[in-house]
Design a protein around this ligand. Structure first.
Ligand code: NAI
Length: 308
């Protein structure tokens, strides 16, 4: 199996590192437009091969898409990240051009690949790929909910003073500070609803911290985060490549699901070798439905900027 990661910056290189360190694929290609960057990151990562017992082959290339030939999965992380104080939506002008040209290049050499879009504003970039590539909708996956859900589970685990691995929870809706929807009502710790373990004020704080989770890190780091984004991207790759049939919230083209149409937005997706094999219908109450409709309206509004 072969995975290409486009963009050897913070998120792309971390994703490639997690893929390689966990032997997720036989071969990983890292590609970037910046001369030498992917080659350098590849050399650094492969110099851990002996230390980490890595069996994956990894190649780094500068903009030579022939090396990506026949990839099963392609992760697109190319584009500018946000700086402190910026929203993801502000990145659209620069990143739309990058994502469009990268997708064209990728598909020339890997016409059967499943595409995982990470570049922001992610829901809109995923929609752009739908509109311009002609690929069936199951083969285009937006990575956002995997990260936001992992952040949600982290903040819940801190509030519970528990191991994050024993916490379950999902974040759906748009991948934006004000558009994502942590589904607190469905979150559990060892199968027990967290609403039975934490008071409402604490749960509200966890949800609020989750929503600005990325912005908090951007403030602390001076640029956008990478460890969790890279690992979340790698988790989506593994779910597809290994046909895991895991349900992970991803940005998918909705055609009536959750009452919406003609946008890509975070919904629980059953992931397997065919990409998004099913959108899972989690029952929302009226308040959650209202949040989802608002989130969809915001995503649709950002999509509107693609035309201009
Ligand atoms: P970065 O600046 O560290 O890396 C981006 C890389 O893309 C750079 O190395 C740059 O040379 C490369 N690049 C630019 N144009 C290219 C092209 N045409 N072809 C190939 N490579 C190209 O940025 P970082 O932190 O890795 O973030 C990447 C993107 O991912 C940003 O748009 C960021 O907002 C987004 N992101 C999305 C997340 C999500 O949950 N969906 C989470 C974190 C970041």
């Amino acid at each position: 199996s072969k995975v290409t990661v486009v963009g050897a910056g913070n998120v792309g290189a971390t994703c490639a590192n997690v893929l390689v360190a966990n032997n997720v694929a036989d071969e990983v290609v890292l590609i970037d437009i910046k001369e030498g960057l992917a080659e350098g990151k590849t050399m650094d990562i492969m110099q851990t091969a002996n230390l980490l017992n890595i069996n994956t082959r990894m190649t780094g290339v500068t903009n030579d898409y022939s090396k990506t030939e026949g990839s099963d999965v392609v992760v697109i992380t190319s584009g500018i990240p946000r700086k402190p104080g910026m929203t993801r939506e502000e990145l659209i002008g620069v990143n739309a051009g990058i994502v469009k040209s990268v997708t064209d290049n990728v598909l020339k050499h890997s016409p059967n690949a499943i595409i995982i879009c990470v570049s922001n504003p992610m829901d809109t970039m995923t929609y752009l790929i739908h509109k311009t590539s002609g690929l069936p909708k199951n083969r285009i996956i937006g990575m956002g909910g995997a990260l936001d859900s992992s952040r949600f589970k982290y903040f819940l685990s801190v509030a519970l003073n528990a191991n994050p691995n024993e916490v379950d929870g999902m974040v759906i809706g748009g991948h934006g500070d004000t558009t994502m929807i942590p589904l607190t009502r469905y979150a559990t710790y060892r199968g027990i609803p967290v609403s039975e373990l934490l008071d409402k004020a604490t749960l509200d704080k966890v949800a609020a911290d989750t929503m600005v989770g990325g912005a908090t890190l951007t403030g602390l780091l001076g640029t956008s985060a990478w460890y969790a984004p890279g690992a979340a991207s790698a988790a989506v790759v593994a779910a597809v490549l290994h046909d895991q049939k895991r349900v992970i919230p991803c940005s998918a083209l909705v055609e009536g699901e959750y009452g919406e149409n003609d946008i890509c937005i975070g919904v629980p997706c059953l992931l397997g070798r065919n990409g998004i094999e099913k959108i899972v219908d989690v029952k929302l109450n009226d308040a959650e439905k209202e949040l989802f409709a608002k989130s969809a309206a915001a995503v649709r509004n950002t999509n509107g900027a693609l035309a201009s």
